[in-house]
Write a protein that binds this ligand. Structure first.
Ligand SMILES: [Zn+2]
Length: 441
């Protein structure tokens, strides 16, 4: 260990925080400082999330997420912060994440661990909490074995903002990180740092390395069809009523082009309706181009910055025997630039169902506990534990033991659920030698 690092660590010991020189330590040790919370989703091919309607029972308290956040921004605007957060994680790792509806059943209780038909695997709600918390995420399977796994509860008593502190996107990224299996990082710049230190609307290398440890990176292109010459021929998939359905598309990045071709069948009524669907399949922002046999563009449909969408372009006056190319890609770089999609082509008037998602159903299983917290706690014990942990955070906020950041949340009868909490900056930060690194609130 060189002297600078040693001196830094001495200084750290004196002021009882590691927050001042994590970068030096990272360079010295070249180790991953992010942690995993020990959970992950059994079917990463399709992890779903949903917004719980207000009134949804969260441990006896009705969710008021919409009421609180609608006062910050229009519903679609604040929801887009969560959608983007999910897409930000999907953009760097090997899973698809997608929004589904939510019927408002109580959080917790009996139901599937994954793919419960009533709501998303990760449900997003909100209740007013102690001001030390910005929110918490119930840990993903198998730690929580039921439908509560991965659910996110925002502290609706905080002062939320968009593009300012406390920034909804920054915290949404952090909570989704927990819901996907990430623990906390010792790197202050990482989104998965224990405290909200400043607005962090993107992932740091430490976050990316951590999520890839759990799910692997974005998969390699499963098909070799990056040019018109190597286009996959969809014609054999056309049914007797002039309909084609293809469910195996995947875009790996903004620069990944997926080429297909199709020949107009004799059953056509003269129109060719081409649909690219990532809705219900992934957070890909789709871009669809229809191109004629001379490789001249006929038209396109695009859903930029929409994380999971269905876009359609219709060509009229098609005649049997003509061949068209279909180019499927992503609408932008960054979040939304990768993910699963399907293609639908309809040459007639018969209805054509959307691409059905993969079956990702996992039945409820017993909770497994985490980090030594295997015992059941009563609500009274839980409150005592929470108070003790809050006190420890306040006294020793640089501690890197991920276990003590886990809180137990009593949702239903008989058992607690385990959650990772994101904490507001401790007041002590304002007295550190570099206070400007932390935004005061
Ligand atoms: Zn956290």
């Amino acid at each position: 260990m060189n002297r600078i690092v040693a001196r830094c660590r001495d200084a750290v010991r004196r002021i009882r925080t590691r927050a001042l020189c994590p970068d030096v330590e990272g360079l010295e040790d070249r180790k991953l400082l992010s942690t995993a919370n020990g959970g992950h989703w059994y079917y990463p091919i399709r992890i779903t999330y949903s917004f719980v309607p207000d009134g949804t029972n969260i441990g006896g308290v009705p969710s008021n997420l919409f009421q609180a956040f609608n006062a910050v921004a229009p519903t679609a605007t604040w929801q887009d912060q969560f959608r983007k957060a999910a897409a930000i994680w999907q953009a760097v790792a090997g899973f698809n994440i997608v929004e589904v509806p939510d019927n408002g059943a109580p959080i917790g209780g009996v139901g599937n661990q994954q793919n419960d038909p009533r709501f998303g695997d990760i449900r997003i709600g909100g209740t007013a909490m102690h001001p030390a918390y910005l929110g918490y995420s119930l840990l993903p399977p198998p730690i929580n074995g039921g439908p509560d796994a991965g659910d996110i509860v925002m502290n609706t008593a905080q002062s939320w903002k968009i593009n300012n502190d406390y920034d909804i996107l920054s915290v949404a990224i952090h909570e989704f990180g927990h819901s996907l299996g990430m623990g906390h990082s010792d790197i202050v710049a990482a989104n998965m740092y224990t405290y909200y230190a400043w607005m962090k609307q993107s992932l740091q290398p430490d976050d990316i390395a951590g999520i890839r440890n759990i799910y692997g990176g974005v998969p390699a292109d499963p098909t070799n069809n990056a040019t018109a010459a190597t286009a996959i021929d969809l014609t054999p998939l056309i049914d007797g009523q002039g309909r084609m359905s293809y469910n195996a598309g995947y875009v790996t990045s903004f620069s990944n082009f997926e080429w297909y071709k199709i020949t107009v069948p004799s059953t056509t009524t003269g129109t060719m309706k081409v649909t690219m669907q990532s809705s219900n399949l992934s957070s890909l922002s789709p871009r669809l181009n229809v191109i004629n046999s001379s490789l001249v563009g006929v038209g396109q449909a695009i859903a930029q910055n929409v994380y999971g969408a269905t876009v359609t372009y219709t060509v009229t006056g098609v005649t049997p025997g003509q061949t068209y190319y279909i180019l499927a890609q992503s609408a932008q770089t960054g979040p939304g630039s990768n993910g699963a999609f399907g293609l639908l082509v309809n040459f007639g008037n018969s209805s054509l169902a959307p691409i059905a998602p993969y079956n990702t159903t996992v039945a409820q299983q017993p909770d497994q506990g985490v980090n030594g917290w295997m015992a059941e706690t009563t609500p009274k014990q839980m409150r005592r534990l929470q108070r003790r942990m809050l006190a420890r955070h306040t006294q020793n906020h640089g501690d890197d033991d991920p276990g003590h950041q886990v809180i137990a949340v009593k949702l239903g009868k008989g058992r607690p659920s385990y959650a990772d909490a994101l904490l507001a900056p401790p007041r002590r930060h304002s007295r550190l030698p570099q206070p400007s690194r932390f935004r005061k609130v």
